[in-house]
Ligand binder design. Structure first.
Ligand SMILES: Nc1ncnc2c1ncn2[C@@H]1O[C@H](COP(=O)(O)OP(=O)(O)OP(=O)(O)O)[C@@H](O)[C@H]1O
Length: 262
């Protein structure tokens, strides 16, 4: 590894992962992963299906067996149980959303409240449609609306970091845009590590990108520089580049990219 990221150089990372490995049962699913999440903006965690993105997030949270170092705001957390990591300010929006379908939207939100003064105003501001349905059973909402509830639950608490796993998966193009809008606004409040297969969404939201292959990190750097490079997108992500969206995006905290040999 030659280049160091701007976050590494300045020390302004909310999350630092070093030499993380993880296993599910006897299968090693993450091998020697090192990455950083700057304290602002969206960092996209990218890679083909099955390369270990979800497992990396779960390992950070202690949901699967792991070894290596995980630092949140400069403090080591890799030996803490999940509930203590969450209490330190790591919000998790899992891939399958996990809203309680038989409970109302309001009940889902109340169950998630951890702080004495939950950020109700922020959630009402970000998700007016959801709040207008506060008495409705969450299971009767559309997939996009359920995703909003899942995001709202994580945003209620004063988290230091959100781990958001494939929030647009399975949604219609209109709902993808709505969820991306919500994430864009959420990222103004809290840094996000985002697993996202929709590269147009990743390109729109992310300042930084980390690419995994075979359980390892194979690239880190500026998200837009990566996603606008068709050859690299094909090589690293195995898909064709999509047209650039019209939305603006904040500048990357990275000044250069690095390829990590696999
Ligand atoms: N519960 C499980 N039991 C056994 N193996 C698993 C389990 N969950 C995931 N794996 C394996 O771990 C590896 C990494 O999976 P993971 O879900 O972390 O990848 P991913 O990059 O998030 O993929 P996707 O984009 O498809 O969600 C894969 O080989 C997968 O088959």
């Amino acid at each position: 590894m030659t280049d160091r990221t701007a976050a590494e150089q300045s020390g302004r990372s909310v999350l630092r992962v070093r030499h993380l490995s993880a296993h599910i049962g006897s299968q090693q699913v993450v091998e020697d992963v090192s990455l950083e999440v700057p304290e602002r903006g969206v960092t996209a965690l990218l890679g083909r299906n099955g390369v270990g993105k979800t497992s990396t997030i779960k390992a950070v949270l202690g949901l699967i067996g792991r070894a290596g170092e995980v630092e949140l705001d400069g403090e080591r957390i890799e030996t803490l149980p999940t509930h203590r990591i969450v209490r330190r300010g790591v919000g998790y929006v899992p891939e399958d959303r996990e809203v309680f379908g038989s409970l109302t939207v309001e009940q889902n939100l109340r169950l998630a409240e951890r702080d004495a003064h939950p950020r109700r105003d922020l959630v009402a501001d970000l998700f007016p449609d959801i709040m207008a349905r506060s008495g409705q059973a969450a299971g009767t909402l559309s997939g996009g609306q359920q995703q909003m509830v899942a995001l709202a639950r994580a945003l209620l608490n004063d988290n230091r970091l959100l781990l958001v796993d494939e929030p647009t998966k399975g949604l219609s193009p209109k709902l993808v845009e709505e969820v991306a809008d919500a994430l864009e606004r959420a990222a103004q409040v809290v840094p996000i590590l985002l697993v996202e297969q929709n590269l147009a969404v990743a390109r729109r939201l992310a300042t930084d990108a980390v690419v995994m292959a075979g359980g390892r990190v194979v690239h880190t750097g500026d998200a837009r520089a990566l996603l606008d490079d068709e050859e690299r997108v094909v090589n690293l992500l195995g898909v064709g580049a999509e047209p650039a969206p019209s939305h603006g995006r904040p500048p990357s905290t990275h000044q250069s990219h690095q390829e990590v040999p696999s």
